[in-house]
Design a protein around this ligand. Structure first.
Ligand code: ADP
Ligand code: MG
Length: 307
């Protein structure tokens, strides 16, 4: 059987292609290794007619490849040309390049993690840079266990953590690293500074948007309420906002984390009870929800804040 290459030679020798075109096709297009490989792979289904009618597409393919190589703007941003055969013609299609796929992946991961009112170094925290000290090992190990358990069976309920300890010990940082990791695994994580969220939600009273401001935190796949106990608490925030969010998350079995300067007992006695007067029953009801959702672990260590 006559090979495609022989076919082309014969074609060109017969002068069926004009000189200039001939040169371009011969030296650029038919000499291109990808084009050659394509011809070789499609020996049986390509004929002379198909190749000649596809010549301009083949030329486009080679030109676009050159542009990509020279880092010039390509026809479709971030896409590489590829040859395909259908209907007895060779066409060029554009597929996302390796770099484009990586870029999209990291963008998607960023979209899966919602960090609200959280400092930049925490947003960028990751396990590779995470310093481990003995006073934090229990919290770090529990976080890693959660990651493993959740990743293995995301539809089951996995209890979160209530990380407490003094200012600057690294509670939020550890949660930032977890949030980043989980979002890269494809899970949706919301890490929110709870005191700021309270201010935002209160602002919704004026324009009647409390419900819609609260909703994303009820529904977040994995929620981290950062710095609970540092907000200016009112009975309304405790019962109608925090209580409602946690009640919903319990019913839906959604994983929920907290960080706080307070232990469970301090949070209950010094904070939740005291929102308005002294309401031990209401505080206890809220504590039940927190304890169902999260296990408390203390972090011990130095203040690692620079400023
Ligand atoms: P907390 O939330 O306990 O008050 P942060 O998590 O905000 O404290 O930590 C304070 C700062 O210390 C962080 O912004 C970060 O720069 C640094 N830091 C905390 N923990 C670690 C850690 N495990 N590894 C590296 N840096 C840390
Ligand atoms: Mg913090």
């Amino acid at each position: 059987m006559e090979s495609i290459q022989d076919h082309l030679k014969a074609l060109m020798n017969r002068g069926e292609i004009t000189n200039q075109y001939h040169t371009i096709l011969k030296e650029k297009v038919f000499a291109d290794p990808d084009v050659k490989a394509f011809f070789a792979n499609h020996q049986d289904s390509l004929d002379k007619d198909a190749i000649m009618k596809s010549a301009s597409n083949l030329y486009e393919f080679v030109r676009q490849k050159e542009k990509r190589k020279a880092n010039q703007p390509s026809l479709i941003y971030g896409h590489d040309p590829r040859l395909v055969l259908f209907n007895n013609r060779i066409h060029v299609e554009y597929v996302p390049s390796r770099e484009e796929i990586d870029r999209r992946k990291s963008l998607e991961a960023k979209n899966r993690i919602k960090t609200m009112y959280i400092s930049k170094d925490v947003v960028e925290a990751n396990f590779d840079d995470l310093k481990t000290t003995s006073g934090k090992m229990e919290a770090i190990n529990a976080t890693l266990d959660f990651i493993e358990d959740y990743s293995t069976s995301p539809s089951d309920f996995h209890q979160g953590l209530y990380l407490y300890g003094s200012f600057g010990v690294g509670k939020t940082y550890l949660m930032g690293a977890m949030a980043k990791h989980m979002s890269e695994q494809g899970f949706q994580v919301t890490l929110v500074h709870f005191p700021t969220l309270c201010v935002e939600i209160k602002a919704g009273i004026k324009d009647n948007t409390v419900g819609e401001r609260v909703q994303p935190y009820k529904d977040a796949e994995i929620l981290i309420l950062d710095d609970i106990g540092a907000e200016t608490l009112t009975a309304w925030l405790r019962d109608e906002v925090l209580g409602i969010i946690l009640q919903h998350r319990m019913q839906q079995n959604l994983s929920t984390f907290f960080t706080s300067n307070f232990s469970f007992k301090q949070l209950e006695d010094e904070h939740l009870r005291k929102a308005s007067g002294d309401e031990p029953v209401k505080a206890a009801r809220l504590m039940e929800r927190i304890k169902y959702l999260a296990k408390d672990i203390q972090l011990v260590g130095k203040n690692q804040r620079q400023s």
